[in-house]
Design a protein around this ligand. Structure first.
Ligand code: FAD
Ligand code: FES
Length: 280
């Protein structure tokens, strides 16, 4: 559950974003897409809380694990200073992963900002599980919709493309992809699929989303309207990361319609569409 990982690389990959590559064989062996590691940042206050960061890629063969992170505050600033060879204390992998996409569905990945990190791991694992057949047949070939403020905030697109993922980008300023919201690009694609298929559901889709709450809600609405499954990864400030402090709660709806309180770290961060009770 805890591992002292070694920094292999920690390089800038875009405006304020860095990719951290760690040698952490135990975590790399167990990590599943959608899970996160709780990181104690080196050279940071040893009594400070850990920081939850999604696993962006894990390769059990080489024992490496990657994290894509955005510098937003003191912890991530300190992490950005960790050089090759530095030890990083990891707890995890933690949380419920995305369910593996069924073979007969087309995974539709929708991400914003560092939300692409777990989606990249999902796409890479999907390709691996399908013996890379996912990249050759349209049915299982993932399609990614990614939104950002500008082109400089779009991360990992070349790596998604190298996996054979169909990529659609949207930026606020139109500097890459279509100008506007990522959901507008998604809607246009869904409309094109329907027009080609001559019906509302030409192929079965499964949605996987990670990013800001309004984006998750928009994806959920579309999935529910189409009666298709969707899996949403929530972002919350966390303390313990393992379900004991109740510092990351989320109101949810149970199968019988009753309300309950879930812990995003232990019961999530991935929740199915229809489960989250969104705040207004
Ligand atoms: C399950 C999970 C997976 C995550 N995966 C990633 C990832 O792959 N890459 C990545 O860059 N970040 C990820 N995050 C967010 C990351 O944990 C925070 O950005 C980080 O803890 C901020 O630490 P800090 O000390 O730099 O910032 P702080 O100084 O603690 O905060 C700086 C600013 O960021 C805000 N903030 C801090 N934590 C969060 C949060 N969880 N959600 C929204 N706002 C926050 C604060 O309110 C403040 O405005 C994830 C969070 C969760 C819960
Ligand atoms: S962070 Fe402690 S219960 Fe989730």
């Amino acid at each position: 559950m805890r591992e002292e990982a070694k920094v292999l690389a920690n390089s800038e990959v875009g405006a304020g974003y860095r990719l951290l590559r760690l040698f952490s064989p135990a975590s790399a062996r167990r990590a599943l897409p959608g899970q996160f590691v709780h990181v104690r940042v080196p050279s940071f206050d040893p009594f400070a809380l850990r920081r939850p960061l999604s696993v962006c890629f894990a390769d059990p063969a080489s024992g490496t694990l990657e994290i894509l992170y955005k510098i937003v505050g003191r912890g991530t600033e300190a992490l950005a200073k960790a050089r090759e060879g530095v030890a990083v204390d990891l707890m995890g992998p933690l949380g419920k992963p995305f369910p593996r996409p069924a073979r007969d569905v087309r995974p539709v990945l929708v991400g914003g900002g560092y939300g692409v990190a777990p989606l990249y791991f999902l796409a890479a694992s999907h390709g691996r599980a399908a013996g890379d057949g996912a990249a050759s047949g349209e049915a299982g070939r993932p399609v990614l919709f990614v939104g950002a403020r500008t082109a400089a905030d779009l991360m990992l697109l070349d790596r998604f493309e190298a996996l054979g993922v169909e990529v659609h980008a949207a930026t606020d300023d139109g500097s890459a992809g279509v100008r506007g919201l990522v959901t507008a690009a998604l809607d246009a694609w869904l409309a094109r699929c329907e027009a080609q298929g001559g019906g509302p559901s030409p192929q079965k889709l499964a949605f996987y989303a990670c990013g800001p709450a309004p984006m998750l809600r928009a994806v959920e609405e579309r999935a529910l309207a189409r009666r298709e499954e969707a899996w949403l990864s929530l972002d919350r400030r966390m303390a313990c990361g393992v379900g004991t402090c109740f510092g990351c709660t989320q109101r949810v709806r149970e199968a019988d319609g009753s309300e309950a309180v879930a812990r995003v770290c232990a019961d999530g961060p991935v929740f199915p569409a229809g489960r989250i009770i969104w705040g207004d």
